[in-house]
Design a protein around this ligand. Structure first.
Ligand SMILES: C[S@@+](CC[C@H](N)C(=O)[O-])C[C@H]1O[C@@H](n2cnc3c(N)ncnc32)[C@H](O)[C@@H]1O
Length: 250
């Protein structure tokens, strides 16, 4: 009974999510290239993700919740066209937009749900993502699925919004990262600015997200078989990165 209720809740949530991001694609994505350069937290995320990857000629990289494909295009440029890239998104309109905008032989886009990936076991070298995993309610199921498709030694690296962890230990660590430079202030300001730029009707439709804090995330990753899990701190407690590896036989 509880399981059925949760399945129904998830179905409704995904319906809402698809509708929301289909609309989002029409409003936001044509401005994102221009906006990207002024959002310091997105640039930070791209840098963190790229420095945690080491793409070879035949590496397979999967981006979860790729939206209009901007991130994947930038990762491909960072690695000078090395590797194969697959962008996956639940929204049909976002995928349509990505396919229209980015036409490269080594990049393809597919519609799908990250909780139920259309890939074989042990088939992906890297899974990356930016600002998307917080939409998934069942993190345990999600990480189990990601672990399944990753090859041994494969890596998950993503940046996302998190529930703030108010523990003293965490705040102390973030304080060390948060320096007094203008950049640190801009970082936090940009997160708010991105939200403020959202049209009012979209703000009202925004699906309730499933934020959890980075330490809880780390625990779930470890419970699902991931190893070498690292929390990448940013100057703002609401935004962080996570890197974790699939390492069998250690
Ligand atoms: C905030 S957007 C981020 C888009 C892109 N990563 C970027 O930074 O421009 C979140 C994306 O995640 C996608 N998404 C949400 N839940 C998903 C799911 N369960 N499976 C696949 N994509 C999902 C949405 O459709 C949306 O395009």
């Amino acid at each position: 009974m509880v399981v059925e209720k949760n399945m129904e809740k998830n179905k409704n949530y995904n319906k809402k999510l698809k509708k929301y991001f289909n609309l989002w694609s029409k409003i936001y994505q044509n401005k994102i290239d221009r906006l990207f350069n002024s959002f310091s937290y997105l640039k930070w995320a791209l840098k963190q993700i790229c420095t945690h990857l080491s793409i070879k000629k035949d590496s397979k990289v999967l981006e979860l919740g790729c939206g209009g494909g901007n991130f994947l295009e930038k990762i491909n440029a960072y690695f000078k066209g090395k590797g194969y890239y697959i962008g996956l998104d639940i929204s049909k309109e976002q995928i349509k937009l990505a396919r229209e905008k980015i036409q490269k032989d080594n990049i393809k886009f597919i519609q799908g749900n990250m909780i139920d990936l259309p890939f074989k076991n042990d088939s992906i070298d890297y899974i990356v993502s930016c600002s998307s995993l917080h939409h998934v309610a069942n993190k345990k199921k999600l990480f189990c699925e990601l672990h399944r498709v990753l090859k041994n030694n494969g890596k998950l690296v993503y940046c996302d919004f998190f529930l703030e962890n108010n523990s003293e230990k965490y705040t102390k660590k973030v304080k060390k990262v948060r320096d007094k430079s203008k950049w640190s202030k801009k970082f936090s300001g940009d997160i708010q600015r991105a939200y403020n730029l959202m049209p009012e009707f979209l703000k009202k439709m925004h699906p309730t997200d499933y934020y959890i804090d980075p330490y809880k995330t780390k625990k779930i990753l470890l419970l699902n078989g991931f190893k070498k899990c690292e929390i990448i701190l940013s100057p703002d407690t609401r935004f962080a990165g996570i890197s974790a590896q699939k390492l069998l036989n250690i």
